[in-house]
Design a binder for this molecule. Structure first.
Ligand code: NAD
Length: 499
């Protein structure tokens, strides 16, 4: 272990944030949040119930007219100040996120926190640059479009990147003039509550942002049903996404769904192998594989498969597993005990169907310091494309390997699952790269890289990975209604019923 501090932050916010104040849940319910490194309780967090959702929706509804009427530049300034504050408090935020999720400090420091700041800054800058259009219609008429906020937005985020997803959801919604109620996952509420504190510090008006940790099956479902919420933006599993669509039917909510994935990562015979090996390891092992866009299916050309696998497995075995608060750690624990058990269960499922565990498949051995944590070794499994482990989302440090002979076969394997979120390919052949970029069924494709994200670039999927896009101008479209306005400027309209 490195000698640097692994101390937890000294002060942790654990109350709900409603109408600009931190409050206990109605009825006083709380739920513990655990440190995945050792299963200890970090703190008890207020757990919202339906009455709290009602209060938050009322606060957001009352705040909406004033917030929407602010100039776009003023709204943007709040987000720009928030981005600065996130950077100033970067170390503390990174520590909190690592403590709550198990995500290593080296990643929360260099990826999650800067990306959260980047996102708020991007949408802060976007607020007054997002325009309607003038449409060239028949002579004598002016037709233009207004982009208007949809109203109160409900946002539901998962536990794998809570800080980053909080910024992805809040940034565009607020820039566009909406007010919001955000529900972090019950497992990982701490960084979203810290963002609420920073929101209060930059002076965001009361009621514009409300944050309610609590159980998804009750209050998440209730938010999806709530008649006072005009849109639900959901990031999470495909099963819950389906439930949200059903629950939203009452008031025909707009719904945005960022769901599961089973990313294809294809390595062609002409690839730069060292780059492909390193990039593919990042694609699956970053955040312990708990990423919707993880490159969880490694599809290798048969001519390079042996060499690739030998080096890839050596790299996987060398990844430093440990306490996420230790800056030397490269891979931390999974975020919950239940999820650790689910991932280990997939090792048994692989074996039952004839799959071969090439490395990993267990908690780390001979590491008493990690014995109470939710750790799993980097795991590489050889399996057939039709096996369950090749089709279902494992969401852990678990990559399935298969091989192909021809480009057609590679594409067939890549497109052979219900998901279509992100996928990657490694080749030095430009024509092949672009051909596959077009042909892979997914919302995002990375060529000779993997898992790049940027606040300016649309993020989302197709098929069972959901619909709608976050980030960039696309996100602003999702958080606004377009209104078409017709003006008779110089048209002589003959009477339709001449008398
Ligand atoms: P989950 O679906 O169990 O939970 C996600 C959120 O929904 C949580 O806040 C949870 O409390 C809430 N929830 C649970 N039941 C609900 C219900 N009936 N109604 C409303 N809300 C409910 O997912 P998870 O296990 O937290 O996250 C992992 C999943 O998220 C994986 O499938 C992963 O691929 C997906 N994910 C997708 C993206 C993306 O952008 N496409 C990003 C990250 C994670």
């Amino acid at each position: 272990m490195s000698t640097a501090s692994t101390a937890a932050p000294s002060r942790i916010q654990s109350d709900l944030f409603i109408n600009g104040e931190f409050v206990k849940a109605e009825g006083g319910a709380t739920a513990p949040t655990h440190n995945p490194h050792d299963n200890s309780v970090i703190t008890e967090v207020a757990s919202a119930g339906k009455a709290d959702v009602d209060k938050a929706v009322t606060a957001a509804t009352e705040a909406f007219p004033k917030w929407a009427a602010l100039s776009a530049a003023e709204r943007g300034r709040y987000l720009l100040r928030l981005a600065d504050l996130i950077e100033e408090r970067g170390h503390e935020l990174a520590t909190l996120e690592s403590l709550d999720t198990g995500h290593p400090m080296r990643d929360t420091t260099r990826l999650d926190v800067p990306r959260a700041a980047m996102t708020f800054r991007y949408f802060g800058g976007m607020a007054d640059k997002f325009e309607g259009a003038v449409i060239p219609v028949e002579q004598g008429f002016l037709n233009y479009t207004l982009r208007q906020p949809v109203g109160v937005v409900g946002q539901i985020v998962p536990w794998n990147f809570p800080l980053m997803f909080t910024s992805w959801k809040m940034g565009p919604a607020l820039a566009a003039g909406n007010t919001l109620v955000l529900k972090p996952a019950a497992l990982t509420p701490l960084s979203s509550l810290r963002i609420a504190e920073l929101m209060a510090e930059v002076g965001i008006p009361k009621g514009v942002v409300n944050i309610l940790p609590g159980p998804g099956s009750s209050i998440g479902q209730y938010m999806a049903e709530h008649p006072g919420i005009a849109k639900i933006s959901f990031t999470g599993s495909t099963d819950v996404g389906r439930r949200i669509v059903q629950a939203s039917a009452g008031n025909l909510k707009r719904v945005g769904l960022e769901l599961g994935g089973k990313g294809a990562n294809i390595v062609f015979a002409d690839a730069n192998l060292p780059a492909a090996i390193g990039g593919s390891a990042f694609a699956i092992f970053h955040n312990q594989g708990q990423a919707c866009i993880a490159g969880s299916r490694l599809i290798l050309h048969e001519s390079i498969a042996d060499e690739f696998l030998e080096k890839f497995i050596t790299l996987a075995r060398s990844i430093r597993i440990g306490n996420p608060l230790d800056p030397a750690t490269e891979m931390g624990p999974l975020t919950s005990l239940g999820h650790r058990d689910k991932v280990l269960g997939y090792c048994e499922i692989a074996a039952e169907q004839g799959g071969k565990i090439l490395t990993g498949g267990k908690p780390p051995q001979d590491r008493p310091d990690l014995a109470n944590g939710y750790y799993v070794q980097p795991t590489v499994v050889q399996a057939r494309p039709q096996d369950r482990v090749s089709c279902e989302e494992v969401f852990g440090p678990f990559v399935v390997v298969s091989t192909f002979k021809t480009d057609e076969e590679a594409l067939q394997i890549a497109n052979g699952v219900e998901y279509g979120l992100g996928g990657g390919l490694w080749t030095t052949n430009l024509a092949r790269a672009h051909k596959f970029a077009g042909a892979i069924k997914s919302g995002m494709v990375w060529i000779n890289c993997y898992k790049r994200v940027n606040a300016a670039s649309p993020f989302g999927g197709v098929g069972s990975s959901g619909y709608g896009r976050e980030m960039g101008f696309e996100a602003m479209h999702q958080y606004t209604e377009v209104k078409s306005v017709w003006v008779n400027v110089d048209a002589n309209i003959p009477p339709y019923y001449p008398r």
